[in-house]
Structure formats: structure tokens, C-alpha cells
Design a protein around this ligand. Structure first.
Ligand code: ZN
Ligand code: ZN
Length: 411
């Protein structure tokens, strides 16, 4: 397989211009490429080449792409080879058909040179890309004290090998994500925005997410219903004339809304579970499971100190079970323990409780998130150091990280 991240590819395409365009992008990053121009030659030659990955056109004269995948996936010499269909056919039927025949990925032509190699590598590694666009809580904090961790409020994205885009919260960080997607000139965005709860810092920039205004995109906005208020009404209310000059009706993308409870959703081959959190109003935590890996997004959430009259051992055990064994726990770590003393009942947690949760839940990596707006980057450094020390003192194997705006992690 890959040495130093360098992969070997075979491109099978009867269109030489398309094959050369893909070759140029892959060789630019140091990968090795062989081009084959027919299905028949592909069947003959690929078993001897045994590449890491075959990029395969569907509509070729003679033997089509589906037949090539079906045949080659049965060849023992190609046990480690992955197959990505690259086709002009954008139909969902063909996509599903490709996966049924054993393909690992499906990319639509014309390829986007800004995202092509990243997509291919994500499919090859079968990994999720977890990105942070806003790590602060309560309100955005521009200025000198937030240059390293960033000053935007909650927004995190996950991209999957089959190209699903999940976004968690639409705080001011979603503007940077929107810019990123626009810079990449993506033709069609098919995404889901999971809202934890509709406090301002988690929804304030939803109207600035440009893909919502672009025809051809399909975006679902999911979150908990608040009494009689549906997710659609919540999103619509903040875009009423007195607050914002553009209404929901101006969205040009297909935008769907979905009201969630505590439940488990199967979205393709990704499972999303939800849990109601300890916070004023209705607030949902999310757990994403994909291919044996998991990411939990738990904000906003207050865990009361063990000697508090509000301490709820049942809730904390339930939450520890919810996050159990996850690879990444992104969670409300708003206060230092000293700060929390005067903020009891505000709906946020202090770091000693967060460390206990991560240890109790056997979490692999704890990501500190939703920082108080009065904390500077240096204060966050201290929280990080203190939390790691608390974990070490408990004999915990959990690693603690404070992600910065713009950070991307492969999982
Ligand atoms: Zn918040
Ligand atoms: Zn909140």
C-alpha cells in the first residue's frame, strides 16, 4: 500500500482529456498514475499492476465500468485495491448501484480540481475529515486575545468518504466554512446542518451560509422542536424583517427541516444518535458513528459539581454511556473551576467535570470547546494544561486537545 502517503493509481477512461486532467492533479501531489483507455485493457492489465486505487469511468464502449468493478473485486491479487467511479452520471440510482457492485467511492464529472485529490484520499483512507470553524461560546470575540484559537462561535464540520457533509451548529464560524466551500467552487452541496439548540451563538450565522441561496444544493436543517415551535419556525423567526432583511423564502437551494427527539438516525452508512442535554431549553447532543469510529458533539451542557444540590448522577451516567469509547468528544468546557463558582446554573460546565466525563466514558480524545468570551488564548492554554493534568492524575488514557479555528483532523 501507500508509502509516505504516496499511492499508485490506474485511471480507466476512454476520454484522454479527462484522464490527463486527473493524472495531472494526482502526480502534482507525488502519486503514481497509469492510464488505460478501455474496459477490456483494464480487465487484462490491472490484476498485474495491483494499484492502490482504480479511478473508473462508467460509460465506455465494450465493457462498461460496472462490469470492470464486479470482475476485479473478485480477483485475489487485488484484495487491497479500492475502486472509485468517476462518471458524468449524477443519478442517485447509479451511485447506489456502484456501491452495490463494490465501488468505494463515486465522484461526478466534471471533477472539481480544488477538491478532487482530497476526496480521493479520503475515500482511500476511508476516513472522516473533522474541521473546526468556530470554537467559542456565547458570542464572537475578535481581537488580540483570540488570534490563536479564533474568535468565532460554534461550528464544526465532518466530511465522509461518500461525500456527505455534516455541519454541527451555525454560529459565526459557519461563515468561514461557507467561504471555504465557495472558494472550492463546489458545484453541488448536499449537506445536513445539525443544530444543538437555538441560542444565538449556535444559529446567528445560519443566514450567512451562502450554499442555502444556491440552486442545485440540497440542505437539511435538523434540531429539536421547542414545545410547539418547529425547527423551521425557529430558523424562520430569526430571519423575520425586524431582525434580518432576507427571509427563508429567498433560499434557492432545496432546504428541508427535521425535528429531532432522542433517537437514532441511519444516514447512509453513518449512524447519528441524539441525547437531550442539561441546558436551559431543549438542547441536543450528537454522536456520529462511522466505520467503527465515533465523534461526539456535546454542547451546551452543565454538569453540576458532585456536592451541589443539582448534581444528577443518573444524568451523568447516561451521558458517560452516550459518549462511551468515542474517538473524539467535543464538549462544552466553558469555565475553569474557579470561574464556575459564580456561574452555577448558567448551563455550562467546568473543566474538572469535563475531565471526569471523558475518563468515565473511556473517551480517546477530549476536545475542549465553547470557551467563555472573557477568556483569552492564554487562558485557554491554561485550561488545556489543567485538564490534561486532571486526566493524568486520574490515571486516564484520555488525551486532551484544544482545537483551533481552521484545524482539520483525519479520523
Ligand atoms: Zn452556547
Ligand atoms: Zn446555550
Amino acid at each position: 500500500m501507500a508509502k509516505n502517503g504516496v499511492h499508485s493509481f490506474v485511471i480507466v477512461d476512454d476520454d484522454p482529456t479527462m484522464a490527463q486532467a486527473m493524472e495531472a492533479l494526482l502526480t502534482k501531489d507525488g502519486h503514481k498514475v497509469t492510464i488505460i483507455t478501455s474496459g477490456k485493457e483494464a480487465m487484462d492489465q490491472i490484476p498485474n499492476i495491483a494499484p492502490d486505487c482504480v479511478l473508473l469511468d462508467l460509460m465506455m464502449p465494450g465493457i462498461d465500468g460496472f462490469s470492470v468493478v464486479q470482475k476485479l473485486t473478485k480477483d485475489d491479487r487485488l484484495a487491497n485495491t479500492r475502486y472509485i467511479i468517476v462518471s458524468a452520471k449524477a443519478y442517485e440510482f447509479d451511485r447506489q448501484q456502484a456501491f452495490r457492485h463494490g465501488a468505494h467511492g463515486y465522484l461526478i464529472k466534471p471533477i472539481n480540481p480544488n477538491t478532487f485529490t482530497e476526496q480521493v484520499i479520503r475515500i482511500l483512507g476511508d476516513h472522516m475529515n473533522l474541521s473546526f470553524w468556530g470554537c467559542r461560546g456565547t458570542l464572537p470575540v475578535p481581537g488580540e486575545g483570540s488570534l490563536r484559537y479564533g474568535g468565532n462561535t460554534s461550528c464544526v464540520s465532518i466530511e465522509f468518504p461518500r461525500d456527505e457533509l455534516f455541519i454541527f451548529d451555525a454560529g459565526s464560524g459557519i461563515k468561514a466554512l461557507s467561504n471555504h466551500l465557495m472558494q472550492q467552487k463546489r458545484k453541488r452541496i448536499d449537506g445536513k446542518i445539525f443544530i444543538s439548540h437555538p441560542h444565538w451563538d449556535h444559529i446567528n450565522s445560519l443566514p450567512f451560509f451562502v450554499p442555502l441561496y444556491m440552486q442545485g444544493n440540497e440542505i437539511e436543517i435538523l434540531g429539536a422542536q421547542h414545545g410547539d415551535l418547529t425547527m423551521r419556525q425557529i430558523a424562520s423567526a430569526q430571519m423575520e424583517g425586524v431582525y434580518f432583511p432576507i427571509t427563508l423564502k429567498e433560499f434557492a437551494a432545496r432546504v428541508y427541516f427535521r425535528d429531532l427527539r432522542e433517537e437514532v438516525l441511519d444516514i447512509g452508512n453513518v449512524t447519528v444518535s441524539t441525547m437531550l442535554l442539561s441546558h436551559p431549553g431543549v438542547c441536543l447532543g450528537y454522536r456520529v458513528d462511522y466505520g467503527g469510529r465515533s465523534i461526539c458533539y456535546i454542547t451546551d451542557n452543565e454538569m453540576f459539581l458532585d456536592d451541589s444540590e443539582f448534581y444528577n448522577p443518573h444524568y451523568e451516567a447516561k451521558l458517560a454511556n452516550f459518549v462511551r469509547g468515542c474517538d473524539v468528544l467535543i464538549t462544552d468546557s466553558t469555565y475553569s473551576d474557579a470561574e464556575y463558582v459564580s456561574k452555577v446554573g448558567w448551563g455550562h460546565s467546568c473543566i474538572s467535570k469535563v475531565a471526569k466525563l471523558a475518563h468515565a466514558g473511556d473517551v480517546k480524545q477530549l476536545f475542549l470547546f465553547h470557551h467563555d468570551p472573557d477568556q483569552t488564548d492564554d487562558d485557554i492554554d491554561v485550561k488545556l494544561e489543567t485538564t490534561q493534568k486532571l486526566l493524568n492524575d486520574m490515571g486516564s488514557s484520555t488525551k486532551c486537545i484544544a482545537p483551533q479555528e481552521g484545524n482539520m483532523f483525519e479520523l
